[in-house]
Design a protein around this ligand. Structure first.
Ligand SMILES: Cc1ncc(COP(=O)(O)O)c(C=O)c1O
Length: 441
């Protein structure tokens, strides 16, 4: 987006060198070129970052962008339980979802195919920030005095600054292709809302976002990003929907929750013919789109000559974690590798580690199908901790299933401990964005 460019076009010449403070293998001597200007931006309103050109000759992160997303369901001998219609308790049919999603996404939600081709138009946009670097955190290793080799897959170079555009772009693409005019969604901290706002602007869609009130008021920069990309943003609960008004009546100063914000967006999609709903995590098609992270990573690990022993990712609804780990689980199922795969969730919202595995609604008002997942209850209101995006009452049904099958483990961590770890990494390697870490002992 031209509006994101903060440096005049001549600021970086073809031969400019950038030296990162982190002693990161493959990133210490990167040549920037004009292409990076497409991705130069302000993120969170705080830091100016540049997307480095990965074409330096010895860069092991340089791999082809995968041409297909991977669907783990195809390789599971025990299939996950289906979503149920909330009135009949029968498995839902595609037509039950057609008021919310375009046909292609409904198909992807239920597909048993192993690989799904990524449309050319989506690949073209992915090229703005993909492949994303796999960075070895050597200084962090030294500081921790560990013999482990630690890598993180850096998804912060996307225009919105996180992994979320990996799915926002195809979601906007399929909606636009099927003639939808408006998309509506929820957001917590604003990463997802800003990603959908960005993707909508590329495909000429109007975008309306309900942002959890606590984050709306404490994180104005994300709101500004969404508005800059042309989205309308409302604090949730709002008086614009039945669901929001009901919450406000019982608690006028409700801090909101992702479940409430989803109810508001779903309600608006359901009552407007030309409007569809987009979700930033949890659903199968969202996890599917995020597998581009893991597919890329597998190639990069091969370039580095490494096999992971431990794969860690933060989990809110589960999309970045699934995106990274599912392709590795495929390799694990084939018996090629045997890493420990560990989800890390906030102890303020510990759905996997403390929730029950049961059918529950995806939203507070009970407007969505029932999904079998680890849940804290659809009316759960989390403490207003900083990490807004990680405070969802349920875990993705597919992750919940994989967890039940014993293919992964989970822990929960309080936010202060998390920030301490984040600042250690930040001071010694890179930044605080959804960092996905491999550890090799
Ligand atoms: C930067 C970032 N990381 C992680 C998450 C957690 O979501 P998920 O578990 O779907 O990746 C979010 C959620 O909004 C996010 O914005």
């Amino acid at each position: 987006m031209a509006s994101q460019l903060l440096l005049p076009p001549n600021q970086f010449t073809k031969s400019a060198k950038v030296f990162f403070t982190g002693d990161c293998q493959g990133l210490s001597d990167l040549t920037l070129n004009r292409k990076l200007l497409q991705a130069t931006r302000v993120s969170n309103g705080f830091s100016l970052r540049a997307k480095a050109d990965l074409r330096s000759t010895n860069n092991k992160s340089l791999v082809e962008i995968p041409k297909q997303w991977y669907n783990l369901v195809a390789d599971l001998s025990v299939k996950p339980p289906p979503p149920l219609h909330p009135k009949t308790f029968e498995p839902i049919k595609p037509e039950d979802l057609s008021h919310l999603f375009p046909n292609e996404l409904i198909k992807q939600e239920a597909t048993q195919e192993r690989f799904i081709d990524i449309p050319e138009e989506v690949l073209e946009i992915y090229k703005l920030w993909r492949p994303t670097p796999l960075i070895r955190a050597k200084r962090l290793e030294k500081l921790l005095q560990t013999p482990a080799r630690i890598y993180f897959k850096y998804e912060g170079g996307s225009p919105a600054g996180s992994h979320k555009p990996n799915t926002a772009v195809p979601q906007a693409y399929y909606n636009a292709k099927e003639g939808v005019k408006n998309v509506v969604t929820e957001t917590g901290a604003g990463q997802w809302g800003s990603s959908l706002a960005f993707a909508s602007s590329l495909f000429g869609l109007d975008c309306e976002v309900w942002q959890v009130a606590n984050s709306y008021h404490t994180k104005p920069y994300r709101r500004l990003m969404m508005q800059t990309w042309g989205a309308k943003v409302h604090p949730s609960p709002s008086d614009l929907t039945e669901a929001g008004r009901r919450i406000l009546e019982s608690d006028p100063s409700s801090p909101g929750s992702l479940g409430i914000a989803i109810s508001e967006a779903v309600e608006v999609a359901a009552r407007n013919e030309d409007t569809k709903y987009c979700l930033g995590s949890v659903l199968n098609h969202v996890l599917l789109h995020q597998t581009i992270i893991g597919e890329e990573c597998i190639q990069q690990m091969e370039n580095f000559g490494e096999t992971p022993d431990l794969i860690i990712g933060c989990t809110g609804g589960g999309s970045n974690f699934a995106g990274l780990s599912f392709p590795f689980i495929r390799e694990k199922l084939k018996g090629k590798i045997n890493p420990v795969i560990r989800a890390v969730e906030p102890s303020a919202c510990p759905s996997l580690t403390k929730g029950v595995y049961a059918y529950d609604f995806g939203d507070t008002a009970g407007l969505t199908p029932l999904m079998k997942m680890h849940t804290l209850g659809h009316d759960f209101i989390p403490d207003p901790i900083h990490a807004g995006g990680l405070r969802y009452h349920g875990m993705a049904p597919l992750i919940s299933h994989v967890y039940e099958q014993g293919f992964m483990e989970a822990i929960s961590i309080p936010q202060i401990e998390c920030f301490q770890g984040g600042s250690l990494l930040n001071r010694n390697s890179s930044d605080l964005n959804a960092s996905i870490i491999f550890i090799n002992f």
